[in-house]
Design a protein around this ligand. Structure first.
Ligand SMILES: Cc1cc2nc3c(=O)[nH]c(=O)nc-3n(C[C@H](O)[C@H](O)[C@H](O)COP(=O)(O)OP(=O)(O)OC[C@H]3O[C@@H](n4cnc5c(N)ncnc54)[C@H](O)[C@@H]3O)c2cc1C
Length: 222
């Protein structure tokens, strides 16, 4: 979605072939749909449930084969189907470190199943979003742990996530999907700058259009 926004702004003819019927599943869907509507109004085409079958190249032209028998001729394909942990060939098997398809499992001290080996960053199997500030926070936690400044478990602050579309979508703490499980415990507030705010003493979620709101929150918690 971010690259679609950039490419569209740069004048490219953009088609987004979606695996399912929802984009940015972890984000507040009414906001996501508003971004999609906005991109469509600026000429971006979205194909939901595209079911890509094959890419073929002929004299430099790329053809995307999707659906039952649809094709799309393009100059460039951006594959945004996700990232996998880069754990091959670094000796983890020899060291006996457990690895799953989601990364390296760690305990609440970022310790792997081999007590003398710790892991931090995108490579660990975690619920937290794989973002630079998260990796930085984990690295700093390990520095504090190894230098004897703490022996407590890692305690993540509410983590903001921003989708750099235009307008941006931002949320902090956790997605709105999660809190619905505890809906009775929540109150909802709507105000001018924040699209939706749901607050409890333990969990807070804000989905808003304004990056500044999020950075203010993040800055106060770091
Ligand atoms: C397209 C894209 C956009 C993103 N946008 C954002 C964003 O807007 N905001 C945000 O916060 N995060 C963003 N991220 C995520 C962010 O880049 C990662 O969360 C962050 O870089 C994780 O840090 P890390 O140190 O765990 O891993 P990395 O930054 O990936 O660092 C791992 C390093 O290990 C090196 N390495 C790998 N294998 C070996 C080896 N065998 N030997 C030696 N070195 C090795 C790699 O070369 C790399 O330098 C984005 C990621 C992508 C792919």
């Amino acid at each position: 979605m971010e690259f679609a926004t950039i490419a569209n702004a740069a004048g490219a003819d953009v088609t987004v072939l979606m695996h399912g019927d929802k984009a940015l599943r972890r984000f507040h869907q009414p906001f996501v749909e508003a971004v999609i509507d906005d991109l469509q109004s600026r000429g971006v085409t979205f194909v939901r449930n595209a079911g890509i079958r094959q890419l073929s190249r002929d004299d430099g032209d790329i053809t995307v084969h999707y659906g039952d028998d649809a094709t799309l001729a393009v100059d460039m394909v951006l594959d945004a189907t996700g990232r996998i942990p880069n754990v091959e060939g670094i000796g983890l098997e020899a060291a006996g470190v457990t690895v799953t398809p989601h990364g390296i499992p760690v305990n609440d001290h970022l310790q792997t199943n081999v007590p003398s080996i710790y892991a931090a960053g995108d490579v660990i199997d975690k619920e937290q979003p794989r973002l630079t500030p998260t990796a930085t926070f984990e690295s700093y936690y390990l520095y504090q742990l190894f230098s004897g400044q703490t022996d407590a478990a890692i305690d993540y602050p509410p983590i903001p996530t921003v989708v750099y579309t235009s307008p941006r979508i931002a949320q902090v703490a956790c997605s709105q999907r999660v809190p619905r499980r505890w809906a009775q415990a929540w109150s909802t507030t709507t105000c001018r700058t924040i699209g939706t705010a749901r607050l409890t003493s333990k969990v807070s979620v804000i989905a808003c259009w304004y990056l500044m709101m999020i950075t203010t929150w993040w800055g106060s918690r770091r």
